[in-house]
Design a protein around this ligand. Sequence first.
Ligand SMILES: [Zn+2]
Length: 348
Amino acid sequence: MSIPSRLSKRFALRLAPFLILTMAGPVLTVAPAKAAAADAAPPPAFFETLRAADLRLATIAYRLTTSNAALCDRLQPQIGMPIHALTQYAADSRADAAAAFGFAATIGVEAVVAGAPADRAGVRANDSIAAINGVAQPGLPVSGAPEVASARDTAEAVIADAPPARPLRLTVLRGGRTLPIVVTPVTGCRSRFEILLGSGLDASADGSVVQIGERFFEGYTDAEIAVVVSHELAHNILRHRARLDAAKINRGLLAELGRNGRLIRETEDQADLLGIYLLANAGYDPMSAPKFWRTKGGAVDGGLFRSRTHASSKARADTLEAAAREIAATSARPIIPPVLATRDTPLR
Ligand SMILES: [Zn+2]
């Protein structure tokens, strides 16, 4: 877990090495040579690369949250429809973003997860959203409107706060027409997911949002990304952020010391363990977790799971392999593992 931020869709160095990256929250250092090219317009390919990565994450998230609903005490309707706001894009690239994503209002459908409720109801990528359950969403932003993610956050909250089992009524704008579309959701764990643009091999969970560094979407398979997403989702399901806060744990410079280090390590081990059950319940091969730590652990150790607050990659792989063997011997799904019962116990 590291510092969360509500980010906007600016352009990351690796996906698009032509724009300087800044965001609310962590400020990334950019080499001067790259910063000099900061004003170039993003090519259309950037937006399609972003859409493809967001769809991969949304597909993994849909599968994990819906298959594990029985393990979650906080639920929401899951519809498999990542949305974004035109105002998340830098003002000088909004015309390009609008052309790529067809924004006819502030909120747009970036993609739809194949076979998920939005897809089954006929929602399409590049539809715009005028209303959700009768709650009007903003029209097109005025030119030069500030770059913020608040409109997206508000729209996602309307969906998350709706009763999980009730049909969701969307008013969709498509090709100049207004279409009412009723989506029948699937109940899933309550969590939001987003790609952390410009980061390294980093991931975090703050209790409500799971963030996965964009570099995972270059060179990592969906099964490997699912290992990371399941670990972070496990932190949210187990309410680790709130419980560490309640225990007054320092996640900063003192994180490795004494009681801080011991309790953070405890939450990390629990997230590893619950994560592998989340994977198995979602139909992923649980052996993909130990395999990930054996083959990719060296690469992510320095960023994602740095420091002594996490077990070494080899220790994690060994522990998870034993768990994966036990899981493989059980055919019933979902498995509700004992570690889930720690959710309501104060950390001390
Ligand atoms: Zn963790």
